[in-house]
Design a protein around this ligand. Sequence first.
Ligand SMILES: C[S@@+](CC[C@H](N)C(=O)[O-])C[C@H]1O[C@@H](n2cnc3c(N)ncnc32)[C@H](O)[C@@H]1O
Length: 218
Amino acid sequence: MTMKPPAGRFKDAASTWNRRFEGDAFLFGTEPNVWLREHVTLWPAGGRILSVADGEGRNSVWLASKGFVVDAFDLAEVGVAKARRLAERAGVQVSFTVADCTAFDWQASRYDGIAAIFIQFADPKLRAWLFRRIAEALKPGGVLVLQGYTPRQIEYKTGGPPLVSHLYTPELLRRAFAELEILELSEYDDVVQEGTGHNGRSALIGMVARRRLVRPGR
Ligand SMILES: C[S@@+](CC[C@H](N)C(=O)[O-])C[C@H]1O[C@@H](n2cnc3c(N)ncnc32)[C@H](O)[C@@H]1O
């Protein structure tokens, strides 16, 4: 399944994110993302979950505290070091890896659930590659919980990359995840309070999608 990954990340992404994660404060706070919290009941108790580009660990650590078996990776070693400390303080185990998304050990049909929360670092080419890895990494019946910003977020300026090409529309997600069964797809505005990194009125999109037990056409 290893298609060669494209190089679609921001220049110097690792050092940029490491700098952002310096210091004791958590850039996106220590509470889990609300969309994730609202949909976690779709995952089987004790299931294996992957948190993609997990940052400082707010989502992975909370998931582990709920009894899930959690893998998490992120490009920024400073963020992952903070995530490890957060897990230690919470008394939970998360299997953390420092890795670019193109170097992570993606395994097909491994996860009951995948959390993809604000992973809009990828340009369209890398995004297509990454979304494919995510869809394949779900077990049949496994569920993806994804949250991002829509293009209107450019006006709000309360978080996310300032590039329309990295933001999501419902059509884009429907096309990208055509092989999954979309259970929920909502475009909405809300006030987000996730540390100083995501703060204020925001143009959001949330998707919940399940890998079909049998792929269409097979
Ligand atoms: C907006 S933050 C979101 C972090 C986390 N998902 C959360 O909700 O708190 C985006 C994350 O993507 C990570 N990242 C950026 N480029 C990446 C890449 N090429 N591979 C893996 N992670 C990357 C950054 O280090 C950062 O932690």
